[in-house]
Design a protein around this ligand. Structure first.
Ligand code: ZN
Ligand code: ZN
Length: 135
């Protein structure tokens, strides 16, 4: 909260944030770029990349890497889980409660200081599910 108020909101940064928060598709930087360009036709891809990184560092958005595919961005900064389609790589919010809290170091183990966790559900989205051959 302290850190968000310190972030200077340029017009470009605000538009990027607004566009990202309008969708729940967890777009890549390239996809954010084409969304933002509808409103800011002269913005560069580099500017979009840079602002996405800054917004993620400030906790306004989340970024996550999934395997070898390009990093994706999430306009929802609150902790929540995701499901990734193994057929088309689509990522959606998965509505199970985030109940684990590592903030007090209760999960520290073997010299590791545990600061958080990641859990990704995988499966097939509605568009891909019917294409999977039954085994
Ligand atoms: Zn799919
Ligand atoms: Zn999400």
């Amino acid at each position: 909260l302290q850190k968000t108020s310190k972030l200077r909101m340029t017009r470009q940064r605000r538009v990027i944030l607004e566009e990202l928060r309008r969708v729940t598709t967890h777009p890549s930087a390239d996809e954010v770029y084409s969304m933002v360009r509808r409103r800011l036709p002269h913005i560069s891809l580099g500017t979009v990349y840079r602002n996405l990184e800054i917004l993620a560092q400030c906790g306004e958005i989340q970024k996550f890497e999934s395997g070898g595919s390009p990093r994706r961005f999430d306009g929802n900064p609150a902790p929540h889980y995701h499901i990734r389609c193994l057929g088309c790589n689509r990522i959606a919010d998965f509505p199970v409660e985030v109940s684990l809290d590592f903030s007090d170091g209760q999960m520290d183990w073997a010299g590791y200081r545990v600061t958080g966790h990641r859990l990704e559900f995988v499966g097939y989205c509605p568009a891909c599910a019917h294409k999977i051959p039954e085994s």
